[in-house]
Design a protein around this ligand. Sequence first.
Ligand code: NAD
Ligand code: ZN
Length: 703
Amino acid sequence: MTTPAAVIMDAAAYAQAVEDAVTASAAYYADGTSALDDEAYDRLVRGIAAWEADHPEQVLPGSPTGKVAGGAVEGDVPHTVAMLSLDNVFSPEEFTAWTASLARRAGHEVERFSVEPKLDGLAVAARYTKGRLERLITRGDGTAGEDVSHAIGTIEGLPVELAEPVTVEVRGEVLMTTAQFEHANEVRTAHGGQPFANPRGASAGSLRARERAYTVAMTFFGYGLLPLPGTDTALATRLADEAHSELMARAAAYGINTTATTAVPGSTAGTVTEVLDRVREIAALRAELPFGIDGIVIKADLAADQRAAGSGSRAPRWAIAYKLPAVEKITRLLEVEWNVGRTGIIAPRAVLEPVEIDGATITYATLHNPADITRRDLRLGDRVMVHRAGDVIPRVEAPVAHLRTGEEQPIVFPAVCPRCGAGIDTGEQRWRCENGRNCHLVAALSYAAGRDQLDIEGLGHTRVVQLVDAGLVTDLADLFSLTREQLLGLERMGETSTDNLLAALETAKGRPLARVLCALGIRGTGRSMSRRIARHFATMDHIRAADAEAMRRVEGIGTEKAPSIVAELAELAPLIDRLVAAGVNMTEPGATPPAPEEPATGEQAEDTRGGAEAAEESPGGPLAGMTVVVTGAMTGRLEKLSRNRMNELVEQAGGRSSSSVSRKTTLVVAGEGAGSKRAKAESLGIRLATPEEFAALLADHLD
Ligand SMILES: NC(=O)c1ccc[n+]([C@@H]2O[C@H](COP(=O)([O-])OP(=O)(O)OC[C@H]3O[C@@H](n4cnc5c(N)ncnc54)[C@H](O)[C@@H]3O)[C@@H](O)[C@H]2O)c1
Ligand SMILES: [Zn+2]
């Protein structure tokens, strides 16, 4: 699994690629503000390397290939021994091939490897004189680094004073744990700064920053220990001769933090198989680690093997990075959705421009909670760093703030529960619908009682909440078994309102099947779909008897929707049974059930389908075969009818209701103030009717 290379066509594209890579690299090491994610950067550098292999005479001196930090970083403090990068392998095969070349250089099979996580931060050298930390230097270009001694004392795991008064250089990685990163961005944005895109960038930026009004914590993990000019001879000899694993134990004894304190401690292995087993173990733990790793570093453990293998100018030959797939990608934040969970927690979710991370296409990512959005200063349209490791739900790490265009928009937080419309308890970090666990039920019942469904007068949102809170109603059917006594027992429920509500419930039982079906709130079936299903099947029994195939005969129901509707109806069976028992109407006025299907195949099946449709419409009423659009204000007999009721009427009269005028439209009912739809109908030569004319046409269907 090697990152594919960018394709470079000519010298001009090559020069541009070199410039882009160096710019990205400089930003990456300086303060973590590269415009590219690692995968994009690696692809670019591979493209550069491929082009250079074909055009060796045209290699530009500024090329990043073969250099530590891509040649983009400089320093003025010379390193005693070069601080190199690492070569990479991406598969067991590549790793095995590397051990073969290592054996050739060492003159024998290497029999002891050290295996450590490859920590994703930045390398530093810490110089201790007589046990005191005196100087901290970045890797720089490998030969000289930058003095960052101002950070001494702010890095956990890198003590100012060692447990022994030794003069040594400790090398290791400075990084931010996930918690440190979150905190750093919080502090930073609170000080008016822009958030860092990811922990690696945050540690690079924070380590180099001087004279900030605040300090943020970072963590150090040592992975190297070597003598300095002032080291006493006996110790220097031991440091030169000890195995890597022994040096790590020594560093830990001095008080330096190492991977030994983590869930993925460095270990040794005797064979390639053992190494690969350990690689798999570490990789499997990656998603749960409190810090980022981007691979596993395998080193020849014994000093003699290391010496025999030697080093190149960019990387040692005795160590290799077994790279793991990238877990971070930059993409765009398109939208924020607010979902209400089972317990009423209202959780934001990021809708992303689809991005592939480690083989999976990511479209959604968690945003934890509203405070998190504020803390990260996220905006709609932001380029964001998305993190996904293993099966853990992808998360938005942070905005890539330096890529902002100014077009980004603030994220609007909901003022009421997006599901049931109740107030939101914003007292905690995680917002919660005031209806808590009842949110779903309240939303479902309020919807069912709504004007376009069962139209139960007197059963508004507040009343629903009251009934649910009192435990009187746990589903739709319970509404119809409410007693007078129960209702009278509720607060603010007098005799009159009780009687009115009971009467309204009685009326609701007689609503057409389409509305009852709609009240059930089956996913993907709104008002018009419910009407079509009800008209097609005529009775609830026919609907329930339908399999996916039969369901698909309803206009507008495709292969995906049909089985899900059938399955949901099956789930609702007990509820529907109880509604039937309560006396709720389960037939659609004016509709006739479909003729029983004759088994048919191929073209014949199509014919049967056409026949079924024709049969559905033929009993049809005055609007049979017509597609009707209603627009403008209704008057006369139609004045009080909602648009939904109008559409319902159209369909009861055998027509199809539509909301937009097209060539398929056969009639436009244009009331007062009908604007563009009327104009369009006129331009297309479509028949127009006034509300009065239409009422006359529908006389039989108006009550
Ligand atoms: N996004 C960008 O714009 C951009 C630019 C430049 C580089 N990069 C990324 O940086 C990487 C190359 O950087 P690099 O040169 O620092 O090399 P590297 O990160 O691939 O490997 C070398 C480094 O690994 C670190 N390391 C972690 N754990 C270690 C351990 N246990 N033992 C030894 N070393 C350990 C050390 O810091 C060492 O310097 C690539 O993955 C590239 O994608 C990205
Ligand atoms: Zn709610």
